[in-house]
Every structure is written in C-alpha cells, then in structure tokens.
Design a protein around this ligand. Structure first.
Ligand SMILES: Nc1nc2c(c(=O)[nH]1)N[C@@H](CNc1ccc(C(=O)N[C@@H](CCC(=O)N[C@@H](CCC(=O)N[C@@H](CCC(=O)O)C(=O)O)C(=O)O)C(=O)O)cc1)CN2
Ligand SMILES: [Zn+2]
Length: 757
C-alpha cells in the first residue's frame, strides 16, 4: 500500500523561515542567505518524509510567502505596478519584486490578502484582467524538484490547479463589469501544459494539482471548466501522471463523474472533513481505472488518528478505485511541526496528539496496516490503546450551568439603545483594541517567561505601558479609549492560557501569513474560567482617565476558529462553554464600572461553511454563543463587536442578530461600499467602518479619512457612525500609529463640525 502527504509546514521547527525573511526585509541578510535557509527547510521536510517511510513525497510545497503568490509569479501574472523583470536581473531584484507583491513597497500597494478557505492561513489574491497573458515565467517547481532529486528523493511537484487559481483571483481594477477570471481558463492551460512538459523532461513521474475550490459551491458550479481543464491537460502526451487534489470538503458526484471523463490518473479526496466523500464515491460506482488518494489523516487538527476508525474508513474504498493510496486530508501546513518539542505538556494530553511529524508516522502505519496486517498488528495495537483522560477534561459544573440555562440565549435588556449610545457627540472616535506590540513589551514577556523578571516587575512594566497608551489617546483626543492589550501575546492564546479546558504549546507555531505565525491553543476539555482575566487591566486603565475605557474580549467563535478544538462533541456545544466563561467576564467588567465592552468576532466570517446549505445551522449557533456571552449586561452598557474581513454579504442578518450596539468592520479596502451594503441588507446598529487600512505601513491623510467618512455618511445616518481604524494596531509601530490616529481624529472633527452646523 502506497503512502503520501500533501505538504509539510514551511516555517521550520523553530520558525527559521520567519527569522530569515524578516532579516532579509530588514537588510540584515542577502538573497543567498535567504535561499540557503529555504533550501535547508525543504531538505528537512524530505528527510522527515523519508524517516517516517512515506513512499511518495511532494515537492514545491515550500514558499517564501504564499503559494497563490508563487503561482501568479510562475505564470507571469504580475500587475504592472510591480515592474517587469529586467533582462539578466539578479536574484535580489527578483526577490524584492516578489516581496513587494506580498507586502507592498514605497508607493506600491501589495496584492490583497484574504483567508484561504475556512482556515487561519491567508493567501495573496492575484489580480487578473482580460489582458492578462499567461506564460511559464518562473522555474520554482522545477528547481524544487531538481533539488530533491539531487538529494536522492523522487518527488511529485504540487501546484495550485488552474480552476482554483482562477476562482480565487480577482478582477484587476478596470476589468469590465461582470468579467470573471475564469474566462482566462483557455489562455492559462497552455502555460500549465508547458510546465508539465518541463517537469516531465526533468524526470517527474507525477504532479499534483490542488483544486480545493471544488469543495465550495463556486467550484462545484464550475464543473464544466474543471472537466475541460483536465481533459486538455490529460490529453497531453508528454506529461507526468496527474493527481487532482480536492480538500476541505466533499466535491459532489458531478465533479467525480466529470473527473472520470478526464485523462487525469488520480484524485485525492478529503475523508476527514465529511463522511460524504466515501458515499459520493460509491454513488458514482467508484473511480473505474483511476486511483484514489484517500485523505484519512487530518491535516488540520492535532488529534491522534483513531486507527480503527481510519482503517474501517479505508476498507470499503479499496474496491472503488484501481488503487488506493493512503494520505493526509490536506497539507500539513495547518498544524505545528513536532509534538516532541512539547516537553512540558501533560503526558496524558500529549498522548492524544499528533503534529505534522507524528502524522507522517500515522500515514506510514496505516499503509503498513493495509499491506501487511499481521506485521503491523502489534504496532497498531499500541496506537489503539486509549490514553488516560487528561486532567480537566470534564467539568460537571459547567455542564450543569449550561443545562440550567436551556438552549435559548437569554435576551438582552432593552432600553432606548441606539448605535451611538451615550457618546459625547456624533462620530465618536475609538480604536479596535491593541496598540503596537513594541520590542520592549515582547522583551518583558520573554524575560518573564524565562524567569529573568518576576510577576510584579512584569505587571509594573505593563501598567507603565498602559499609562503611556492612555495618555497618548487623551492627547490625540479619542473618545472611547482602550488599554492597548500590551499584556496579550495573542488575542486567542492569551485567553486560552487563562481558561480551564485549554492548553497552550511552547513551540506549536503555525503560519498565518507570510512571516506571521500563531500558536493555536488546544481546546481539549470542558471550558471554564477559574478567575477574572481582563478585569484588573481594564479597571487599571479606567483609573487613569475620565474618558470611558472599552473592555476587550475575544468572542466564542474566534476562540474556536483560531484554536485546535476537541472533536468529540459538536462545535456548537463547545462554543456555549466558551460563551459562558465570557459571560462571567462581561459581568465582572460591568460590575467594575466598565461601560463599553467589545467582544471581537474576527473569525465569524472565516468559520462560515464553504457550502451555502450548511450556513444557517452554523450562524444559528455562532450568534447564539455571542448572545450568551453578551446578553447579561444592563441597558446602559454598550456592547461592541469587531470583524476584520469585509465579505459580509452572506452574514449581514447574523451581524444584526448578534444584538451588539456597534460593529467595527474592515471597509477601507472596499472604499466604504460596505456601509451601504450593510444598510441595504437591514443592519440598523452602530457601525464603525474602518476608515484606514492598518495592514499597510503608510500613514493616511486627514483628507482621505474625511472623504471616507463623507462616503459612509451617504449610506448611514450620523447617529450610527463610529470612527476607527479597520483592525488592531499591534503589528504597526508608533511612528505610523500616532500620526494616523491624529489624522483620524482631525477628519472626524471636520465632518462633525459640518453636521452640527
Ligand atoms: N490567532 C490569531 N489569528 C489571527 C490574528 C490574530 O491576531 N491572532 N489576526 C489575523 C492576522 N494574523 C496575525 C497572525 C499573527 C500575528 C503576529 O504578529 N504574530 C507574531 C507572534 C505573536 C506572539 O505570539 N507573540 C508572543 C511570542 C513572541 C515570540 O516570538 N517569542 C519568542 C521569544 C521572544 C523573544 O525572546 O524575543 C519565542 O517564543 O520564540 C509574545 O508577544 O509574547 C509573530 O509572528 O511574530 C499578527 C497577525 C488573523 N488571524
Ligand atoms: Zn481585526
């Protein structure tokens, strides 16, 4: 039985990629140093596959920033503002253009960044127009294939497939209305064909074309384009074997039927994300003479694979394809590198986990179990032994409290609430919560962790930071202040570290975008709050000012979306447990006199199921959890919420149903169009459309913010309009933040002056 995986974490066991990229950007190392790190990281992945005994290894799963960006560059889809490659340009110039597309350059805006399906990974959105002329313009897949070959590894280059590439791209500014990048399919296929020929000529026996878009409604609807693409690529005579990889959900029988009519040899399916995939295979009477890569080891979560369940899932598939290859459900990009680094973890919990390296062993073991059941029997038995229950797994008190509350979220007390609440004037100004996480703050935290400074000294430094942030906000003239979140390493991890039922990792980093990583906590048991979490920081900040300070919490959906969550009960049940803990925190903040409380649901949109049919049920529990967290407050307390991404079309009803007083949302990049969209869709609460984009390092002028506010006022009445940036300021520096906020306050003043006459 053959085994394979879709890909491996790129960042390295110690975030070597982050350090190398950031050193390169800062001019602390050159292109050769960066490339040497890249080569080492790729080699380490192949060595890990080899050590585990994975038969078929992937290549071209590495990236300096993102694989969609790599694909755009590979096929020459580089927008003109980034310049053209000069004849004989050096590696530095090539890398600088690549990173300019990712991060922007002096006067050049980067490509837009957005979420990769329903994960916390972000990709860069290629900009295409009817004039885009694709050609094979880069050599990355070949170079990685050749590097592996030189090391003695035969690999299968992995590429983003044409359908996914086009459907995830966006029309460039100026493209005709109603034009879709999918119209470029015909022009794109020859470039793929050329690439397949080149790889074949270099010796590649197989390639993998990733088509996760097939798990979405849009991908399924494009089944004709899918069939056409793989008929055409399948018909090439000089090509490697083609594996089409669909993951993140079932693809439906139409796609499977279409696949069978193409010349592609294999399809990789995700058997973890839903049981439907196996039923669908049976419904189309199997794959005939084509092979199946059966993704039974979860590439997105950290729980050890239940071998018995995986084997019983594999059994019935064996008759449904010419050959079955055992694999992961998707790339291991989404899980941390190595569980062995977690030396301080409760052994009972660790025994339940598998990170990327451990998942390789699981795939290999499943392969052995199928080809040599007797030989693998002892090993399987060991893998099957149920580990003891970790401490904190069950909490009867939490269960009893939720039971007593009943299934309905309690209603919030209603008064004469309006969006603006008791704001001092029209267009109140505020921020989203975090202020820059400076070197000093991170250093204090590192010193505290290592024991170099004690808890009191750490608290003292954080309070000094809060003093600074409060004084700065007063000086700038903001209306609703924040404490700046200096004490938080991350908005999810911070709370997870202080809630029962959660554990955090020491080195479990996962790439979020580019060099930015997160350490998703692990929610393994019943969640409860042993003691107040934010109250003393918020009340301290409030004690330093007469202006209202907004308390800042991370909402239940986001606490789940950015964690690895137990899979032994519905997400909805787990969300209610988190919500209950937050409800107590909200009550404590209110009791201590905090009048504005923001509950961030940055990931509300992200967890939205890929298929429309599954959405109402999700929104129902997501909204219910938010209301459970927030509905305990009295009439005079203002509940705020924040969401970072602007594709709200599908969830406006849910945003209204949250029953928050104000929602701050990303709008700068959509030029405030969102405000009108929300209004037309029936949103009637306060709205704080982000008036500038905090993701870019530039300082917005007061004029442009004023213009943005005036645009917003065309769609919403002034009582409902709040003024704020589009997300937290933690990734920025004070030299940008301070003038940007001053300009924001100035812009609000100008518009307000007109409104009050
Ligand atoms: N979980 C999560 N997902 C999210 C977001 C978010 O805020 N949180 N925002 C959106 C965008 N994503 C983002 C993801 C990461 C970062 C980010 O800045 N990450 C930091 C790490 C943040 C962190 O955990 N910092 C810790 C630990 C920092 C660290 O690197 N420590 C060193 C040692 C410290 C030293 O000696 O300097 C280590 O552990 O090795 C702290 O501040 O305490 C980074 O990659 O640099 C920003 C945005 C969407 N998804
Ligand atoms: Zn945000």
């Amino acid at each position: 039985m053959t085994t394979t995986v879709h890909g491996y974490p790129r960042i390295g066991p110690d975030r070597e990629l982050k350090r190398a990229c950031e050193a390169y950007w800062a001019g602390r190392c050159g292109p050769a140093d960066l490339d040497a790190v890249g080569a080492r990281l790729r080699r380490a992945a192949w060595e890990a596959y080899a050590a585990a005994g994975i038969d078929e290894m992937p290549s071209n799963t590495f990236s300096y920033y993102d694989h969609m960006l790599d694909t755009a560059v590979l096929f020459g889809a580089v927008p003109g503002r980034f310049g053209r490659p000069a004849e004989g340009e050096d590696r530095g110039a090539e890398l600088d253009r690549y990173f300019a597309m990712a991060r922007g350059a002096r006067d050049t805006a980067p490509l837009e960044m957005t979420k990769w399906f329903d994960t916390n990974y972000h990709y860069l959105v290629p900009e295409l127009s009817p004039h885009t002329a694709f050609r094979l313009a880069g050599g990355k897949p070949l170079a990685e294939y050749t590097q592996a070959k030189g090391l003695g590894y035969e690999t299968r280059p992995v590429l983003v497939g044409p359908l996914t590439f086009l459907l995830l791209s966006k029309p460039a500014a100026g493209a005709p209305d109603g034009w879709s990048p999918l119209e470029l399919l015909e022009g794109l296929l020859p470039a793929y064909a050329e690439l397949l020929r080149v790889l074949r000529a270099a010796g590649a026996q197989g390639v993998q074309l990733d088509e996760p878009v097939l798990a979405t409604d849009a991908g399924r609807a494009a089944v004709a384009g899918f069939e056409r693409a793989y008929r055409e690529l399948g018909a090439l005579d000089d090509r490697p074997e083609i594996t089409v990889a669909a993951y993140f959900g079932p693809v439906g029988t139409q796609v499977l039927e279409a696949f069978k009519r193409t010349g592609a040899e294999r399809i990789a399916l995700d058997l973890v994300s839903g049981p439907e995939a196996a039923d669908e295979l049976a419904a189309v009477s199997g794959l005939g003479d084509k092979a199946l890569v059966a993704g039974v080891v979860d590439g997105r979560n950290v729980w050890r694979t239940d071998m018995r369940a995986a084997l019983s899932r594999l059994g019935p598939l064996l008759g449904l394809a010419r050959e079955v290859v055992v694999g992961t459900s998707c790339s291991l990009l989404h899980v941390p590198v190595d569980l062995d680094a977690e030396t301080d973890m409760d052994p009972a919990l660790r025994a339940r986990l598998a990170f990327a390296r451990q998942k390789l062993d699981e795939v290999a073991l499943l392969g052995r179990a199928l080809s040599d059941p007797e030989g693998a029997a002892a090993e399987l038995e060991r893998a099957r032994t149920a580990p003891p229950e970790p401490e904190g797994f069950r909490n009867p008190r939490v269960r009893a409290r939720l039971e007593a509350l009943g299934p309905q979220a309690p209603e919030r007390a209603r008064g004469g609430r309006r969006g603006g609440g008791d704001a001092p004037h029209y267009l109140p100004t505020t921020t989203i919560g975090s202020f820059p996480q400076t070197e000093d703050i991170r250093k204090a935290r590192a010193e505290h962790r290592s024991g170099a400074i004690g808890g009191e000294e750490y608290e003292r430094r954080m309070r000094a930071e809060i003093d600074k942030v409060i004084a700065l906000q007063e000086d700038i003239g903001l209306d609703v202040l924040v404490h700046g979140e200096p004490e938080r390493n991350d908005m999810v991890q911070y709370f997870a570290e202080r809630l029962g039922g959660y554990t955090t990792t020491a080195k479990g980093w996962v790439q979020s975008y580019g060099s930015r990583c997160v350490r998703p906590p692990i929610l393994f048991g019943d969640v409860h709050r042993p003691e107040p979490i934010t109250v003393r920081w918020t009340t301290y900040a409030q004690s330093r000012t007469d202006k209202p300070v907004k308390g800042m919490l991370t909402g239940p959906v986001t606490m789940l979306a950015w964690s690895f969550v137990r899979d032994d009960q519905p997400l909805a049940d787990t969300a209610r447990q988190v919500a209950l803990a937050l409800r107590d925190e909200v009550a404590d903040l209110e009791r201590e006199g905090i009048r504005h409380i923001q509950v961030d649901e940055a990931a509300l949109r992200e967890l939205l199921p890929l298929r429309a049919a599954d959405r109402p049920a999700y929104l129902d529990w997501a909204v219910g959890a938010f209301r459970l967290a927030t509905s305990g407050v009295g009439e005079r307390t203002r509940i705020h919420t924040h969401m970072c991404y602007s594709e709200f079309g599908d969830i406006v009803g849910a945003i209204e149903a949250l029953d928050a007083d104000v929602a701050s949302v990303e709008a700068a990049r959509s030029h405030m169009e969102l405000v009108g969209d929300l209004d037309r869709a029936g949103y009637r609460r306060g709205i704080g459309p982000g008036v500038y984009d905090i993701h870019a390092p530039r300082v917005p002028t007061a004029d442009e913010i004023e213009a943005a506010l005036r645009t917003a006022l065309r769609a919403v009445d002034p009582e409902r309009l709040w003024v704020n940036p589009d997300c937290g300021l933690k990734t920025r520096g004070y030299p940008e933040v301070e003038p940007a906020l001053r300009n924001m306050v100035e812009a609000a003043r100008r518009v307000r002056a007109d409104l009050t006459g």
